[in-house]
Design a protein around this ligand. Structure first.
Ligand SMILES: Cc1cc2nc3c(=O)[nH]c(=O)nc-3n(C[C@H](O)[C@H](O)[C@H](O)COP(=O)(O)OP(=O)(O)OC[C@H]3O[C@@H](n4cnc5c(N)ncnc54)[C@H](O)[C@@H]3O)c2cc1C
Length: 449
């Protein structure tokens, strides 16, 4: 692989917002950084992000209020120390982005679960593209960063000799119906696990309530939560509203899944604020000014990931993780909208700083194996509504990550946040912790503070 040819002080796997945040801070501190990404930055989840980034920057807002909303959404499972850092550092990270050249729109958005309008956005619903473009440009022009796109890492063995930051994104694209670009299949989790790292919270995957439903079923195009914040309403087949549109995503998603069909009425929304989104709908054959558009839930965000401390350290010396591939406990059992780009900014930076002073990765690791697309089996047996019978079937899946997701889903004999078990429909106080999977072992419950 090309990355072996030059020595770097830090190696970053992944060029989304988390990876580029880690790379830029390390390079600013004087390190030479190699960033490897399997695809163009335009195919990352970061680039696809729409709604915005949460930060307590508005009048009357405060990081403590942001933290309280995050903890409430997380249903008793957020690591409070991580949430404290996330929300306290948020305004400074937004200021960093402005300094780097991101132009945010006027005003703040209000999204589900937030008690204040606190979501900064760029280009209406094009926030991810604006931020990813600017960070990529800054990385490309940086004299100490070498950004290589089109290199898929299949083993960490080739990266040994420098601290390695994994920022390879989540695994929500493993499900058949997803809002994610196809590359979000959990490579980083498998790479880390093969090197001995613990994974955590794998059973928690958030389903977005409102992906566009096309004539054949679903195309996964996300109709951002910001639209509901801006007045869009959800209607059932009789044209009646049936749910608080700003309730947490799991509540809205299950309310939609329980109905034969639902549609999103965009007529109250000021169309000029979302030009790209409206144009996409029109290209798909809908006229949002004239009638509601059909929507359905789709797998959207992987809460679980590589277990880390507050500086991105995994359980393997020299190996760090940040962004959606990591699990530091911020999102708890349900992610609060617009907290994930923020997680990438805050914890990408922290991981980059920690890697600078950290040991080199020396652990050995087998290559990750290819497996058939598990999309339909996950959708059927580990979707919005789960049960022991379905999850048990996944234990025989040829896909190693699917087996670990199933084992975690089975062990969590309760319903909490985005994990809903019809055979255990209520929360269990005994399970108020994180299910951590060490290589070759069954999930164990840990409490993180
Ligand atoms: C449609 C959509 C809308 C969203 N809207 C919002 C929003 O409004 N606000 C918000 O906060 N969050 C939003 N999210 C979530 C957010 O975008 C993601 O959580 C976040 O961007 C993840 O960033 P990341 O840097 O961790 O990973 P990504 O941006 O997914 O980047 C992963 C990188 O890793 C690389 N990679 C993966 N595997 C390998 C490998 N084996 N070898 C080498 N490179 C590899 C990829 O090529 C890519 O460069 C949205 C997500 C989607 C899909």
């Amino acid at each position: 692989m090309r990355q072996k040819r030059e020595r770097s002080d830090v190696v970053v796997a992944g060029a989304g917002v988390a990876g580029l945040s880690a790379a830029l801070v390390a390079a600013e501190d004087g390190a030479s950084v190699l960033v490897l990404a399997k695809a163009s930055h335009r195919s990352s989840n970061s680039y696809a992000a729409q709604g915005g980034i949460a930060a307590a920057v508005g009048p009357g807002d405060d990081p403590e209020l942001h933290a309280a909303d995050t903890l409430a959404a997380g249903r008793g499972l957020c690591r409070s120390s991580a949430v404290g850092l996330l929300t306290e550092e948020a305004p400074a990270r937004i200021a960093d982005l402005r300094r780097l050249g991101v132009h945010f729109d006027e005003g703040l958005g209000r999204e589900g679960g937030h008690s204040r309008a606190r979501v900064v956005h760029a280009g209406g619903a094009d926030t991810g593209r604006h931020v990813a473009d600017v960070l990529t440009a800054r990385a490309r022009e940086h004299p100490r960063i070498r950004l290589v796109e089109g290199e898929r890492i299949t083993t960490l063995a080739t990266l040994r000799g420098a601290p390695v930051v994994l920022a390879t994104g989540g695994y929500a694209a493993l499900w058949a119906r997803t809002t994610n670009p196809r590359g979000a299949v959990g490579d980083g989790l498998l790479l880390a696990h093969a090197a001995g790292a613990a994974l955590a919270d794998l059973e928690f995957v958030q389903f977005h309530p409102t992906a566009l439903r096309d004539a054949n079923g679903h195309d996964g195009f996300l109709l951002s939560e910001a639209l509901r914040g801006a007045g869009a309403t959800l209607l059932d087949q009789s044209g009646e509203r049936f749910v608080d549109e700003l309730a947490p995503r799991d509540v809205v998603a299950r309310a939609i899944a329980a109905r034969a069909g639902a549609s999103l009425d965009l007529r109250p929304v000021e169309r000029d604020r979302y030009p790209t989104l409206m144009a996409t709908l029109e290209r798909a054959g809908y006229d949002p000014a004239d009638e509601p558009v059909p929507v359905f839930p789709a797998s959207h965000y992987a809460i679980g990931g590589i277990a880390t401390d507050l500086d991105g350290r995994t359980t393997v010396p020299g190996l760090y993780a940040a962004g959606e591939c990591a699990c530091s406990g911020i999102q708890g059992a349900n992610r609060l909208a617009s907290n994930s780009l923020l997680e990438c900014l805050v914890f990408g930076r922290r991981a980059g700083l920690a890697a600078l002073g950290g040991p080199a990765l020396e652990a050995d690791a087998a290559p990750i194996a290819a497996a058939a697309d598990p999309g339909e089996e996950l959708w059927s047996h580990a979707g919005l509504i789960r049960s022991a019978g379905g999850l048990r079937r996944l234990l025989d899946s040829p896909h190693p990550l699917v087996r670990l997701i199933a084992a975690s889903g089975l062990a969590r004999e309760e319903s909490r946040g985005v994990h809903f078990r019809e055979d255990f429909p209520v929360e269990s106080a005994e399970l108020a912790g994180h299910l951590v999977v060490h290589p070759g072992r069954e999930p164990v419950l840990e409490r993180w503070s």
